[in-house]
Write a protein that binds this ligand. Structure first.
Ligand code: ADP
Ligand code: MG
Length: 701
């Protein structure tokens, strides 16, 4: 598009003027020619079909008739006042009725002329009628709007309608706009891309999306415009990624050395899954290349991300670097530390834990060991990023559960060596592939899409309040086997007091049903002091209590393999991804685990779908797809900065194939011409220099 025309203020369009411009801005956010052009129809009315008056039925959604306006009369008084048009064709007669704009209609309608009318037929007092029909003069044989097979329908508002900007009014503006700028519209994609993907040229697509000749033209126009929306997001992301790889040289890990190999052959208590092996290979390949590693590892809960992180860190240590792992909470850091210590034993590498509660004296020792290089691996919380923590040679950083950390915190870790360390971000939040490509298109993505062998899939049940006794029975059976149980209550800020009441009431019943001394219960909720929370968590982790009653503060990633039952109260109030995360707290050992979703009898359609999905599948990615369909991308972390919310036509849930095609196309272009200096790519280069590239890891949220 020629920029002079797309950024021209909307008031310069013929037929707009200052008043209409004002409502277009306030109601639809349309300030410019370009924005109006992108106010695409949201549906089309098929107008190939004409009906005879005799065929009209009140149960038809809408009909189109050619006939003659015989006579106009005004009837009724005040509020009952209306204009009636008598309308006839060769099969019968009917009435057209208007309650508004009567004066204007009386002046503009031509009695005696032939019209195409369109609207919903009604029968009132045995009289067939259409209220507020769309009217157009009929010229046999002439090409005119009323002859369009597909008529665009635009979203409008009551306020806009007061300014005659209903769908039809907007359609007229679009026609005027296209007429005045049609010759200035320019192609934005190189010719060879158009050819290869058989894309309709942009100017044609913009005309056809508003005024399609037929279904086929509409389909082509839609595909072309969706292609553009996805193409330019991908081009920006992938170009940035390329820039970063060139800009930031990374530490080169030349060898796979003694520690990595000893660990692999002597210490690893299980064999790695193929998915774990693949991801470790991907990391190995990145770090051997001399480029900066910037990789997101996605793996469902329990897929074994920790050992992947550990082996990557050993690779760094083998090459003379230090590594660190940062977790979002103290409990998680502690758990990582314990499991890493256990896996490594004493001989492979030195490991320390640094959190806010480490005593000053011990902290000093750790600082000193970090600076003289005698400490290989540091595990910790935010405490790691404090300025006083200085490494001799930090080469590899792992960040667990990415969504809890902000950009600034990552940046601080980044700066802890003059050459930035490699960055591995691990997340258990499954993101549908399409969304991941759009959100993290500038990070490399590894997916651990396989659970360790021998895990029994968690059995999920949905029970109503009336089956509470069954739930108690299942709890007792499991506890009798020596297992532990979580019970989670929703806690949503606006209704915090009510929610705590629920929790307390539930607790009372529970204590009667599970009395001391046979049963012991831990309680954790958001209103408790941190120290008490941790004390209670530890009692449960150590197996001193069998039941953990909690609000959603149950830590992301807490690993208590002996816990086999997850009960979620008021499950209908949780989102799908939250339910899935909570369920992931169990099913970590080889025994059968259960997830019980308790709900009230009355469920909304969405709640029912959420609960059914949970019962049907354990697959985090499948769940994420349903979640995306239910909530749309707007609610999923990280979407705000990604540009995907600006998508007008493309839909990430239904356009996955197109997104793949687009992404491959962009990859191909950049492989052949990384700097976009070849003459055939001039349009793309111009596009990029007009928009600001950002650096890769700032995209993570
Ligand atoms: P997450 O991906 O949720 O962080 P963890 O790394 O905590 O998962 O691993 C979950 C559990 O599975 C741990 O107890 C871990 O020791 C175990 N585990 C990891 N990989 C394997 C494997 N390949 N085979 C068997 N057990 C494994
Ligand atoms: Mg984990």
């Amino acid at each position: 598009m020629a920029s002079f025309s797309t950024i021209t203020p909307i008031e310069y369009l013929k037929g707009v003027g200052p008043n209409r411009a004002e409502v277009l801005k306030s109601e639809l956010g349309i300030h410019t020619f370009g924005e109006l052009l992108q106010h695409y129809p949201f549906r089309y009315i098929d107008r190939t079909q004409f009906h005879k008056i005799q065929q009209l039925q009140p149960d038809m959604p809408a009909a189109q008739v050619i006939g003659r306006l015989i006579h106009l009369e005004e009837v009724g008084e005040r509020r009952g006042k209306r204009l009636i048009g008598h309308f006839k064709d060769d099969t019968g007669a009917m009435e057209l009725v208007w309650f508004q704009s009567i004066g204007w209609l009386k002046k503009s309608l031509k009695v005696g002329a032939a019209y195409i009318i369109y609207g919903k037929p009604n029968v009132f007092n045995n009289q067939l009628s259409i209220t507020h029909p769309e009217m157009e003069l009929y010229h046999p044989g002439a090409k005119q709007a009323g002859n369009m097979s597909l008529q665009p329908v635009y979203s409008s508002t009551e306020k806009l309608k007061k300014f005659m900007l209903d769908s039809r009014g907007i359609q007229k503006l679009q026609a005027a706009l296209l007429e005045s700028i049609a010759h200035h519209l320019q192609e934005v994609l190189p010719d060879y891309v158009l050819q290869k993907h058989r894309l309709m040229p942009l100017p044609n697509a913009l005309v056809a999306i508003h005024f399609p000749r037929d279904r086929q033209a509409l389909a082509q126009a839609t595909r072309r415009l969706k292609f553009d929306e996805l193409f330019f997001i991908q081009l920006k992301l992938l170009k940035n990624k390329l820039l970063n790889t060139q800009k930031f040289r990374g530490h080169r890990f030349d060898v796979v050395g003694r520690r990595f190999n000893t660990f692999y052959s002597k210490h690893l208590p299980f064999s790695l899954t193929n998915a774990q092996k693949r991801v470790i290979k991907e990391i190995r390949k990145d770090t051997a290349s001399g480029a900066q590693l910037n990789r997101l590892v996605q793996g469902d809960v329990g897929s074994g991300k920790t050992v992947v992180a550990l082996m990557s860190m050993l690779l760094a240590v083998d090459n003379g670097f230090q590594a660190c792992l940062m977790a979002p909470t103290e409990i998680l850091a502690q758990q990582h530390y314990n499991s890493i210590k256990k896996l490594l034993g004493d001989s492979i590498a030195s490991v320390q834990l640094l959190t806010g509660s480490v005593a000053k004296k011990d902290r000093k020792t750790i600082h000193a060991q970090l600076e003289d290089g005698s400490l290989d691996i540091l595990v910790g919380t935010h405490a790691l990023i404090e300025d006083s923590v200085r490494f001799k040679n930090l080469g590899f950083v792992v960040i667990d559960e990415q969504h809890r950390f902000g950009v600034e915190q990552r940046a601080k870790l980044w700066r802890k060596n003059h050459t930035p360390p490699h960055m591995l971000v691990m997340t258990a939040t499954p993101i549908p592939r399409t969304l991941a490509m759009t959100l993290y298109g500038d990070l490399d993505l590894s997916v651990i899409d396989e659970l360790p062998a021998g895990r029994k899939p968690i059995k999920t049940l949905h029970l109503y309040e009336s089956s509470r006794l069954r739930m108690f029975g299942l709890m007792k059976d499991e506890i009798a086997k020596g297992r532990q149980v979580y019970i989670v209550y929703p806690l949503i800020k606006e209704s915090e007091k009510m929610d705590l009441l629920y929790l307390e009431a539930g607790l009372e019943t529970l204590m009667k049903e599970f009395p001391l001394p046979q049963y012991r219960i831990s309680i954790v909720h958001g209103k408790m002091p941190v120290k008490d929370k941790e004390f209670e968590m530890q009692r449960f982790i150590k197996g001193e209590t069998q039941i953990m009653v909690a609000t959603t503060v149950i830590e992301v990633g807490v690993d208590v393999p002996n816990a086999s039952v997850m009960i979620i109260e008021n499950a209908e109030r949780f989102g799908l991804s939250q339910l899935h995360q909570l369920r992931g707290r169990v099913g970590r050992g080889a025994e059968q685990s259960y997830c019980i979703l308790m709900s009230g009898q009355k469920l909304s359609k969405d709640s029912r779908l959420r609960l059914e999905t949970m019962v049907r599948t354990n697959d985090g990615f499948e769940i994420a797809e349903v979640d995306l369909q239910l909530r749309g991308p707007g609610d999923i972390t990280g979407t705000q900065q990604s540009g995907i919310l600006d998508l007008k036509l493309a839909d990430l849930t239904t356009d996955q194939a197109l997104l793949n095609e687009v992404r491959n196309s962009v990859i191909h272009i950049l492989e052949n011409d990384p700097k976009l200096t070849k003459p055939e790519n001039i349009l793309l280069r111009e596009y990029l220099t007009e928009s600001e590239p950002t650096i890769a890891w700032e995209k993570i949220s």
